[in-house]
Write a protein that binds this ligand. Structure first.
Ligand code: NI
Length: 148
């Protein structure tokens, strides 16, 4: 359907989690220089907001891109329940060998959500603070292919 790609749906979710920005690739001095107080060994927390954007087509019968009644439990299971009140470095498998910057958090969330069966995942946007937000729309070829 012409123009269907231009329609998108964005839904907002929240979770709280702690992290520490520290890479084993760098010395303690380099970590401190790179990440500043975010490299504090005891970590710190954020109230993250996550925006999940799905793209059309609109189902002519329902008038919807996807039913929020399907999206909410999917995001809740894959992201909100998985990450809420967790230490990202210690408790999330994807961050065992990957610094939990919000850039990387965007990618991890995108990869957890791209299998949503009812619509195509367009983009994930994560707000770390009121000043910082990050967006990820997949590497080329990474998005789930629409089945004909
Ligand atoms: Ni932080």
């Amino acid at each position: 359907m012409s123009g269907a790609r231009k329609l998108s749906l964005t839904r907002r979710y929240h979770f709280a989690a702690s992290h520490r920005l520290h890479s084993a690739r760098f010395s303690e001095e380099e970590n401190l220089r790179l990440y500043g107080k975010c490299a504090n060994p005891h970590g710190h927390g954020h109230n993250y907001a996550v925006e999940v954007t799905l793209a059309g087509p609109v189902d002519p019968a329902t008038g919807m891109i996807a039913n929020l009644g399907d999206l909410d439990p999917f995001v809740d299971r894959e992201v909100v329940q998985a990450f809420d009140h967790k230490n990202l470095n210690e408790e999330i498998a994807e961050f065992r060998d990957c610094v939990p910057t919000t850039e990387n958090l965007c990618r991890v969330i995108y990869r957890r959500l791209r299998g949503f069966p009812a619509a195509r995942l367009e983009r994930v946007r994560v707000e770390e603070t009121s000043k910082n937000s990050f967006e990820f729309a997949g590497e080329s070829g990474e998005a789930r292919q629409d089945t004909p």
